[in-house]
Design a protein around this ligand. Structure first.
Ligand code: G3P
Length: 217
């Protein structure tokens, strides 16, 4: 399973990249705003800065909600850097835009997916990635992980190549359960990646090894 980090914070992206396990980055307009990145030119520059830090795919989201606007913006984003994947919302015009980009060799990430039906449509349109938001489903007492399992089943039934990018991952258990189900990618905060490191028996074991070494040296 690929690990993407879901942030526009360059320090956190660098931290995950330096750990050696980072495969890409996802962003969205809210994450950009959180970092104080505003204005079209600054936002475009920030995407390029992110691409320079990581080796993998970087999702850049369109703001337009009409077909022509999404195509114009998406083409501009894709031109920025070869690592850019154009992020398109799961709306009717978005499905048309994904199909357009598929036909023109531009990679897409279909975002704001909350049902298996939406994921099926994204795959039919040829999306490179589909992003089901599992944390936001959990927030409203609906099992986000079941959605990942349903999409996995449907995609495997028909050999769809669209990669399941489990998004709105909040913690380590989401990461582990996504891996068990067979999500292709997970995107979450740095804490969801670094949390995987932690085990008290590792810390106790290491402390004992070092103490025993010191006794004999
Ligand atoms: O990748 C989707 C993500 O940015 C949404 O996450 O935590 O705001 O639901 P969250």
């Amino acid at each position: 399973m690929k690990f993407f980090i879901d942030t526009a914070n360059l320090d956190q992206i660098r931290e995950a990249q330096n750990l050696g396990v980072l495969d890409g980055v996802t962003t969205n307009p809210s994450l950009m705003a959180k970092e104080g990145i505003t204005g079209r030119n600054n936002i475009l520059k920030h995407y390029v800065d992110i691409c320079k830090i990581v080796d993998g795919d970087v999702s850049a989201e369109v703001i337009a909600t009409d077909f022509e606007g999404m195509v114009k913006e998406g083409e501009e984003l894709a031109e920025l850097h070869e690592q850019i994947v154009v992020k398109i919302p799961m709306i009717k015009e978005g499905v048309k835009a994904i199909k357009y980009f598929t036909d023109h060799g531009i990679r897409t990430n279909c975002t704001l997916v909350f049902s298996a039906g939406q994921a099926l449509l994204a795959a039919k349109a040829g999306a490179t990635y589909v992003s089901p938001f599992i944390g936001r489903l959990d927030d409203i007492s609906t099992d986000g992980l079941s959605l990942i399992a349903d999409i996995r089943l449907i995609y495997d039934n028909y050999g769809f190549e669209t990669q399941i990018l489990a998004a709105s991952v909040r913690h380590t258990m989401h990461v582990l359960e996504c891996a068990k189900i067979g999500a292709d990618v997970m995107t979450g905060p740095l804490s969801s990646i670094e949390g995987l490191l932690k085990h008290p028996l590792t810390d106790i074991g290491l402390a004992t090894f070092l103490a025993d070494y010191k006794k004999g040296n």
